[in-house]
Design a protein around this ligand. Structure first.
Ligand code: HEM
Length: 439
């Protein structure tokens, strides 16, 4: 664990170097002496002390390590999300670690492009494309999907229970948390012709390639997987096997504002994002929800019998420890934010996780209190024009996962006596990669 107050936290008396869209010293804001490393294991395992100090001392802070402006307070994060004209979404999917030519070649061979479609789309085609997605995940569809989610959860947890009976323990991240959202998404969107394990591998590779800090060799491996994924999506979108009622079928009949059909590249880009966003993030959420529930005194025992407790617990985890920890925006022109002037083209990193621990909005943020009056006011799903259209599905899947796990595996405990599990440590995604339980 990192020390409670990181002694290497940036002070504000030095000057930082200049960079395009950066140069805080020239703009008169406070600049750090020591770099905060957003990928450092200490930060990833225990980011709270850093997030607290950022909010308190440098709520709009230029990070020379990444060239990003970190925005940490709830009010400012919300203001940015609600103004997509000034704070554009165009950089949402840009690779955090620049791709070497060899990796770009691999992607080019697979025909990989990511034209504006959903999260990175600030153009007039966005509302219509978003409607196509939202139709598949509206409240009615999600409510109708509950029996499917329960069936898949029970199926996976029966296997986990047998393993626990046979061996004394089971790892629930890879056997349950990751698989449940993937299988549910495949059913809801009518995805066929690929194994869940392959979809999970492709999706994880995409997250690591675009949001991670992989070595050049690892970038090549990841680019191969992402290329395969993109190629498969392209073949599926081009082929005529998708039923009209499936997501791909709906994209094929979609018309752009000018009446033209969607080009293949944009349809593939929409699928690419939805297939990743629709499962990886929810699997990460379920892993954290389970770990937190297993270590909170009394919670595991009470979840099955208390109506609404699983749902409220999921939202409290989303507030305090969301899987999507940050999200990016770029300024369309110079702007003032939290008393700091930021330049045209500045890349912002919205600290969604930090905003959920803002004591101005959530008193005693460190306490897990599922019955807070504003338990759902967190920004874990964003807000405004690009707010996550899968929020209802993600919440429902995580609550069902917790309820079914707590009732089917009632006597288990978290294996904590050995080392902590590895953490997913990407710029925008964070979660424990293991939930090992035993009798
Ligand atoms: C715990 C799970 C999830 C979290 C924490 C999450 C979080 C987010 C966040 C922070 C955004 C960006 C919002 C913004 O820019 O204002 C987003 C966008 C999006 N999410 Fe999710 N998401 C989750 C699950 C899902 C699921 C299950 C789906 C689909 C089934 C999904 C589909 C999308 C799409 C399509 C967008 C882009 C929307 C747009 O630009 O209009 N997400 N999500």
């Amino acid at each position: 664990m990192a020390s409670p107050v990181p002694h290497t936290f940036p002070s504000h008396s030095g000057t930082a170097g200049t960079s395009p869209g950066g140069c805080p010293a020239a703009l008169g804001t406070r600049a750090p002496l020591d770099p905060l490393d957003l990928f450092d294991d200490g930060f990833v395992r225990d980011p709270y002390p850093w997030l607290d100090r950022l909010r308190a001392e440098a709520p709009v802070h230029y990070d020379p390590g990444t060239g990003l402006w970190l925005v940490s307070r709830y009010d400012e994060v919300r203001r940015v999300l609600l103004d997509p004209t000034l704070f554009r979404p165009d950089n949402a999917l840009r690779a955090v670690t620049p791709l070497p030519v060899a990796a770009l070649r691999i992607l080019a061979r697979a025909g990989f492009t990511l034209p504006p479609a959903l999260a990175n789309n600030g153009t007039p085609s966005h509302p219509g494309l978003r409607r196509v997605v939202s139709r598949f995940f509206n409240a009615e569809r999600v409510a109708a999907a509950i029996p499917v989610i329960e069936r898949v959860a029970e199926d996976l947890l029966d296997a986990a229970r047998s393993e626990i009976e046979a061996t004394g323990g089971c790892e629930l991240f890879s056997s349950f948390a990751q698989v449940l959202p993937c299988r549910v998404l495949m059913e809801l969107l009518g995805i066929r012709g690929v194994a869940p394990a392959t979809l999970i591998r492709w999706s994880d590779a995409s997250l690591e390639l675009f949001w991670g800090r992989p070595t050049p060799d690892r970038q090549l491996e990841l680019a191969e997987l992402v290329g395969e994924f993109h190629q498969w999506l392209t073949d599926t979108v081009r082929g005529d096997a998708a039923p009209p009622t499936s997501f791909i079928g709906a994209l094929a009949s979609h018309r752009l504002p000018d009446g033209e059909p969607l080009d293949i590249g944009t349809a593939v880009a929409a699928c690419f994002f939805v297939f990743i966003a629709g499962q990886s993030t929810t699997g990460q959420l379920i892993a954290t929800v389970l770990r937190r529930a297993l270590t909170e005194p009394g919670l595991w025992q009470h979840v099955p019998g208390r109506t609404g407790l699983a749902e409220a617990w999921v939202d409290e985890v989303l507030r305090r420890e969301p899987p999507v920890t940050t999200w990016r925006r770029v300024t369309a022109r110079s702007a003032e934010l939290g008393g700091v002037r930021i330049p045209d083209g500045a890349q912002l990193l919205l600290m969604l996780m930090g905003s959920g621990s803002d004591p101005q909005v959530f008193p005693h943020p460190e306490r897990m209190r599922p019955y807070r009056t504003n338990v759902r006011h967190h920004l874990a799903f964003g807000v405004g024009r690009h707010r996550c259209p899968g929020a209802s599905l993600a919440r429902t899947e995580a609550a069902v996962a917790l309820r079914v796990a707590a009732s089917r595996l009632s006597g288990v405990r978290l294996e904590e006596d050995r080392t902590e599990p590895p953490m997913l440590d990407l710029l925008s995604f964070r979660a424990p990669l293991g939930v090992t339980v035993s009798r």
